[in-house]
Design a protein around this ligand. Structure first.
Ligand code: DAH
Length: 351
């Protein structure tokens, strides 16, 4: 028995030397360690040995089994190491090559412009205030001194939820100006007898039921501004907005104010900056005027102050409204407003 065990071991180890792959290794395991291998059959036969012989033979058989199992594991490890070496040699991995870049998203050009505007006014001490997109006719028009049948409504064709005939008619705001009323009322409610000063901007989306063209969209953003307090003058309006234009465009941009009309301000003015294309000489971009309009503004109308909870005998204020789409188009000479909603990466990736 001992001799035959020795022989099994020798044969098995010899055979293992020529095993070159995992399939052959599995074959080897079945032949030498499987259920019907000579070694396993010998182990079964131990019972038929005499009580004297049995322990020795048993021990020897177990030692052979352990030796073969250890050899099997060793071979398995060697084979997998060998395979790894082979593939490393064959596949040639160049660890010095640069990695693949992951495409990064970016902020939409309008978002970038809005953030710039917000940051400039924040530096001047204006708070950013949010107001709702869904409004009533009362807030969007009436409290802003635009009664029903006022011609100013013709310029702001409106998305109504109903027939649009009531004060409570629900609509999508056509301008950020109704936020002025919400804000003033909220500030005034803090101390109705002695309302605190207001200095805010209101950025947000506006909606108009209009034909979409290269110059107008049904959905666009505005940034509204409002400053209310005691002794606020038209000089404050001019200084604040001129400073804004210089920070937004460049420090020596020329600006001018032109008399205009808005129902919620009196007096009203539009602000122009010198055309960046022709520097005032006149070209197709500025329609040969030398100037580009960038915003509407004015001193808050007494009726609007009163609707907001402020006493026009004691308080005054200025307001303004600008369109980030227009500012972005001027700054980058974009000729068609529809690009902003088209989601064309060739356009968006330029910003
Ligand atoms: N709400 C105006 C519009 O949409 C813009 C505007 C003009 C806002 C003058 C103002 C302002 O606050 O004072 O056309």
């Amino acid at each position: 028995m001992l001799e035959s065990l020795e022989k099994i071991k020798r044969e098995a180890l010899e055979a293992l030397d020529s095993v070159q792959d995992e399939a052959a290794l599995e074959g080897w395991r079945t032949t030498f360690l499987g259920r019907s291998s000579t070694l396993m059959l010998s182990l079964k036969q131990l019972g038929s040995l005499s009580a004297q012989e049995r322990p020795k033979a048993g021990q020897a058989a177990n030692e052979v089994k352990q030796a073969l199992e250890a050899a099997l594991e060793g071979r398995k490890a060697a084979l997998s190491q060998q395979r790894l070496q082979q593939s490393l040699g064959a596949e040639r991995l160049d660890v010095t090559l640069p990695g693949r870049t992951i495409p990064l998203g970016r902020l939409h050009p309008i978002t970038q412009t809005m953030r710039r505007i917000n940051a400039i006014f924040a530096e001047m001490g204006f708070q950013v205030y949010r107001s709702r997109d869904v409004e009533t006719d009362e807030y969007n028009f009436q409290l802003l001194n635009i009664p029903r049948h006022h011609p100013a409504r013709d310029m702001q064709d409106t998305f109504y939820i109903d027939d649009g005939t009531k004060e409570s008619s629900v609509l999508l705001r056509t301008q950020t100006s109704p936020g002025q009323i919400h804000a003033m009322r909220e500030f005034a409610a803090q101390d109705p007898k002695n309302p605190p000063p207001v200095r805010i901007i209101l950025p947000g989306m506006c909606y108009r039921y209009e034909q979409v063209t290269a110059r107008s969209e049904i959905q666009f953003t505005q940034v509204e501004g409002l400053a209310v307090g005691e002794y606020i003058t038209f000089g404050d309006l001019k200084g604040t907005l001129t400073d804004f234009a210089q920070r937004f465009f460049n420090a020596d941009v020329r600006t001018r104010f032109r008399a205009s009309h808005f129902p919620f301000t009196e007096p009203s003015a539009e602000m122009d900056v010198e055309c960046f294309v022709c520097h005032g000489a006149g070209c197709s971009v500025c329609k040969h005027t030398g100037w580009l309009e960038i915003l509407g503004s004015g001193m808050v109308h007494p009726t609007v102050l009163r609707n907001g909870g402020y006493d026009p005998g004691r308080h005054s204020g200025f307001a303004f409204g600008m369109g980030p789409e227009r500012l972005t188009m001027l700054r980058y000479r974009i000729e068609d407003i529809r690009y902003f909603w088209r989601n064309d990466l060739r356009f968006l990736e330029q910003f």
